[in-house]
Structure formats: structure tokens, C-alpha cells
Design a protein around this ligand. Structure first.
Ligand code: 5GP
Ligand code: MN
Length: 342
């Protein structure tokens, strides 16, 4: 997967004494974002570098249990500007599990202000822009955590894996593959997972910690969302869920509570694309999922200024919920009727 030239360049960048390094990942970080960042942070630290691991906003509470999670620094919660300060002084900035610095909001501006740091991308999203000095971009791979696994094996050697690294990478791979159920699973991936299992990770524990650690109100919100707020467009094989701010407040919504909701319409026979519209103070967050050939990355780019992968993408809408849903209905009509799929 990883070409030797890029690997050599990475070694050169990291050689010659300890470096000041920042590892950043995307807004609303998920299991893969956090898992890959924690593992990469730990490897760099083991090699003697001074590493800060930064996220734009808080990670979901179902990842609270992870080893080293307290090492993650949240840009939005940093009142005294300490994070901006060490970003300013960084020699190297690693960007994991996203490829657009603009997706980082305020944190992105801080990164762009450091003109001398070299930027390295480690990611599996499509179409990376040319704003990086070194790129490890593999859109066919299931997760950034698996790419980090390969990088560690090739750059540092398999003996560098330890229990926390194995656990972090497993969380990333498990969550980004829908618990090993999506289409981009390979024999090599399972061989990698076998190496992680050799570190003694406890799979039933990890599974329960991530998937069965929700609040009661989250489970009730899911029931409400599916019962009252799910619409099925039978003709197109499309389903969608809306969640307005007032409804979220009623169910004491916390960051991460709606994780996975967007997958439920896809569990209905005949549904091949699903969407969820989650209202926030500034905009409506759009999440898209699909099966097979239906390309929601294209849909997200065309209609919601976003992107992602073929079967999982997202974007934003800056009009109210009613107008957003109307825009979506029209987009679905155009997308499926103009033969953009099948
Ligand atoms: P989620 O629905 O889990 O928030 O996002 C699904 C996928 O879409 C992720 O791979 C994520 O990186 C991508 N994505 C979500 N929102 C945006 C966005 O606003 N812009 C872009 N380019 N990608 C997004
Ligand atoms: Mn990912």
C-alpha cells in the first residue's frame, strides 16, 4: 500500500533529533479519527518527539474510556490560546482522517498561519487537495487507522505495537468498517487485525464500550427519530431522518448521540440511500449513507457542499429544516432521474 519513496520522505522529516509535532483530526471526531490519532501520537512520542494531539471540538463520550484519551486537546475548549501557540511553533503537522484543512474551522486558520511547518496527510478520503508536503492518501482503504497500522509496521516496525496502540487502531478499524461489515474488507486487513489481537486487546470489552455505552435518552431519541421523523421515498429507494434543535433539547442531546442513526433507513429492504439532517445553531449537518453503486460522495459535493466516500458522505445546509428537506427531495429526484446512478 505505502510506496517506499513517501516512506523515505517521512523518515527524513522525522530524523535528526526530536521534532515539535502536532497531530490533528477532523471536526466531530469519530472512532477512526481518534483511534488513528492516538496510535500515531503514541508512536511519535515513543520515538522521542514532542507531540500534541488536537481535535477541533470534543470527541463523543462513547470513546471516553480509551487509553490516552486524556492526552487529546480540544481546540474549542482552549480559552488561553495554548494550542494555537504550539501549533505556531510546530515543525511538522500531521493531518489524519480528513483532507481539507477548511473542515477544521478555527483550528484550520491556526494551522494555515504556520507557514514553515511541513504538513503530512494520512487519510482515506477521495481527492486530496495539493496543500500538503507529503501525502499518504489511500481512498480504497477502509480506515485511516488501517493506514496508520501499515505506516507503523513499515516505518517503525511491528515490535512497536503495544496494547494501547493496538486498542486504538482496533477502535478505528471497527467503527469505520461498521463492525467489519462494509465492502472494503481485505484479507490483509484481517491479518493486520490479527496482529492487533496478538497484543491482547479485549474485543468484547471494546465492542461493549463503543456500542453499548449510550445514555437512556439517546436510545429514546433514536426511537423517536425513527418513529416520528423518518420519511421513506419508496420510488427512489431513499430514506431520511430529520432532527431539529428543539427535539434534540427535549432528549438532552450530547455530541455523539446521533452517531449511527443515519444507518437505520438502510436496514429497510429496498432502501439504497439514506440521509440524516441534524440541526445545530449555525447550520444543518447532513449525513449520507448508501449501498453499492449509489455515490453519496458525488451527491454531497453537488447538493450540500460536502464530500466523503462513495458510501458515506456529509455536508452542510445553511437554510432552515423545511427548505433543506425540500432541496433534498429535489436533489434526489434529479440525481436518480437524470441517470446519475445505475
Ligand atoms: P458523517 O455522516 O459520519 O458525519 O460523515 C460521513 C463521511 O462524510 C465522513 O467520511 C466525513 O469525512 C464526510 N463528511 C462529513 N461532513 C462533511 C463535510 O461537510 N465536508 C466533507 N468534505 N466531507 C464531509
Ligand atoms: Mn475514517
Amino acid at each position: 500500500m505505502i510506496d517506499l519513496r513517501s516512506l523515505e520522505q517521512l523518515k527524513e522529516m522525522l530524523n535528526g533529533g526530536p521534532k515539535k509535532i502536532v497531530v490533528v483530526t477532523h471536526t466531530n471526531p469519530d472512532g477512526d479519527a481518534i483511534g488513528s490519532s492516538l496510535a500515531w501520537r503514541r508512536i511519535l512520542e515513543k520515538q522521542g518527539h514532542d507531540v500534541h494531539c488536537v481535535v477541533p471540538n470534543r470527541y463523543p463520550y462513547f470513546l471516553d474510556w480509551m487509553a490516552d484519551i486524556s492526552k487529546i486537546e480540544v481546540f474549542k475548549e482552549d480559552a488561553d490560546g495554548k494550542i494555537a501557540e504550539f501549533i505556531h511553533e510546530a515543525d511538522l503537522i500531521f493531518c489524519l482522517d480528513f483532507n481539507l484543512i477548511s473542515r477544521l474551522e478555527g483550528l484550520g486558520a491556526s494551522i494555515e498561519a504556520n507557514k514553515s511547518a511541513r504538513r503530512i496527510l494520512i487519510d482515506h478520503h477521495l481527492d486530496p487537495p495539493a496543500e500538503f508536503d507529503l501525502v499518504f492518501s489511500y481512498p480504497r482503504e477502509c480506515s485511516t487507522s488501517y493506514i496508520v497500522y501499515e505506516l507503523i509496521s513499515q516505518y517503525a516496525g511491528c515490535e512497536m505495537f503495544d496494547y494501547p496502540i493496538a486498542e486504538s487502531l482496533y477502535v478505528g478499524i471497527m467503527t469505520d468498517t461498521g463492525n467489519f461489515s462494509y465492502s472494503n474488507l481485505s484479507a490483509d486487513l484481517f491479518r493486520a487485525v490479527a496482529r492487533l489481537v496478538e497484543q491482547g486487546i479485549d474485543i468484547p470489552f471494546i465492542n461493549t464500550a463503543v456500542y453499548n455505552g449510550f445514555s437512556e435518552s439517546r436510545v429514546r431519541l433514536l426511537g423517536y427519530a425513527l418513529n416520528d421523523n423518518m420519511t421513506i421515498l419508496r420510488d427512489y429507494g431513499v430514506g431520511f431522518i430529520t432532527l431539529r434543535e428543539s427535539e434534540l433539547r427535549r432528549y438532552r442531546f450530547q455530541q455523539g448521540d446521533s452517531e449511527g442513526f443515519v444507518n437505520y433507513p438502510l436496514s429497510i429492504k429496498g432502501i439504497r440511500m439514506s440521509a440524516m439532517f441534524l440541526e445545530t445553531k449555525q447550520f444543518i449537518r447532513v449525513s449520507l449513507r448508501s449501498r453499492g453503486e449509489v455515490d453519496v460522495n458525488r451527491f454531497a459535493r453537488k447538493y450540500f457542499g460536502g464530500g466523503g466516500h462513495r458510501n458515506a458522505a456529509g455536508g452542510k445546509s445553511f437554510v432552515d429544516m423545511t427548505a433543506t428537506v425540500e432541496h433534498f427531495r429535489q436533489a434526489v429526484r434529479e440525481f436518480f432521474e437524470e441517470g446519475l446512478v445505475d
